[in-house]
Design a protein around this ligand. Structure first.
Ligand SMILES: Nc1ncnc2c1ncn2[C@@H]1O[C@H](COP(=O)(O)OP(=O)(O)O)[C@@H](O)[C@H]1O
Ligand SMILES: [Mg+2]
Length: 271
């Protein structure tokens, strides 16, 4: 099922779960109006849902994510998370980027508890070691708590970054191409891990990606964005059973979704 951008409420109404995130008519221009990054964007996310946004490079995906995270103010429009407007960085939001950016002079465990140390100080960070260890176990990094990042592979470093994102127990996860620096096999595997962790935590997740199969295999809903200024050209609900598995990558239903999204992106590219 799909809907034009204006009909988004109809799509999300099907989920029957409470709304956690609401963006209304959010726009963004940079450089005193010189760069028009986002056209009005409306977005409604429901608790526990997994959504992905896909679009050409430079269309405004990261801008949208930063606005959702409270890192960049919108030029106009409203952003509401868990009933309160997003005016700046928030405790209930976890973010992850393309690079893990672990500090080389801190151990894995010390990197994971860093957000707590910054927020609440060293004693609080120390008190959170047990939950950080449990998270490291959840992502398969038990035994690597006390090593330094140069001993971790790219995939392991990204797992540590997942733990760092989860350590403050955010209800909302914002991911900006988190695994795009990994080789394809590690990336597929990490995506399945991500799905498992999101299901286990009942997290609401919003993923920026430029991989169409990745968007489809992970998501309940895929938002297809136009070239800059970004707007949603189509909202596609992915009707595949959960949990998703890697063998679904060869499922004809997945191939249909991929083809459809590719043709939408191709159309956009030549407009
Ligand atoms: N801080 C900034 N100042 C000026 N222009 C920016 C800034 N951040 C992004 N842009 C511009 O806004 C557009 C959208 O960027 P971005 O959101 O990073 O796109 P995407 O993540 O889809 O590749 C691009 O043209 C980019 O050059
Ligand atoms: Mg980007």
């Amino acid at each position: 099922m799909s809907a034009a951008a204006g009909e988004i409420d109809r799509v999300v109404a099907d989920a029957g779960r409470p709304i956690v995130y609401e963006l209304s008519r959010v726009t963004k221009t940079y450089g005193r109006g010189a760069i028009h990054a986002l056209d009005p964007v409306d977005l409604t996310l429901r608790r526990g849902s997994f959504s992905a946004i896909i679009g050409p490079s430079g269309c405004g995906k990261s801008t949208l994510l930063k606005i959702m995270a409270g890192l960049v103010p919108p030029t106009s429009g409203r952003v509401v998370l868990n009933g309160t407007p997003v005016m700046g960085p928030r405790r209930d939001i976890g973010m992850m980027f393309q690079q893990a950016t672990l500090f080389p002079w801190r151990t894995t465990l010390e990197n994971v508890v860093l957000p707590i140390e910054i927020r609440d100080g060293q004693a609080a960070a120390k008190a959170s070691h047990a939950s950080a260890r449990a998270l490291l176990e959840l992502v398969g990094l038990a035994g690597f708590e006390d090593v330094y990042p140069d001993k971790l592979s790219g995939g392991m470093a990204q797992r540590a970054a997942i733990c760092r994102m989860l350590v403050t127990d955010p209800s909302m996860l914002l991911l900006d191409e988190p695994f795009s620096a990994l080789d394809e096999l590690s990336r597929d595997f990490m995506n399945m891990e991500l799905q498992r962790i999101c299901l286990e935590k009942n997290a609401t997740t919003f993923l920026v990606t430029h991989s169409i199969p990745e968007a489809v295999i992970l998501s309940d809903v895929v938002y297809v964005m136009s070239p800059r200024p970004g707007r949603f050209v189509e909202i596609i609900e992915i009707d595949l059973p959960r949990p998703r598995t890697l063998d679904m990558l060869t499922d004809p239903r997945l191939a249909d979704y991929v083809r459809r999204i590719r043709s939408l992106l191709d159309e956009g590219a030549f407009q």
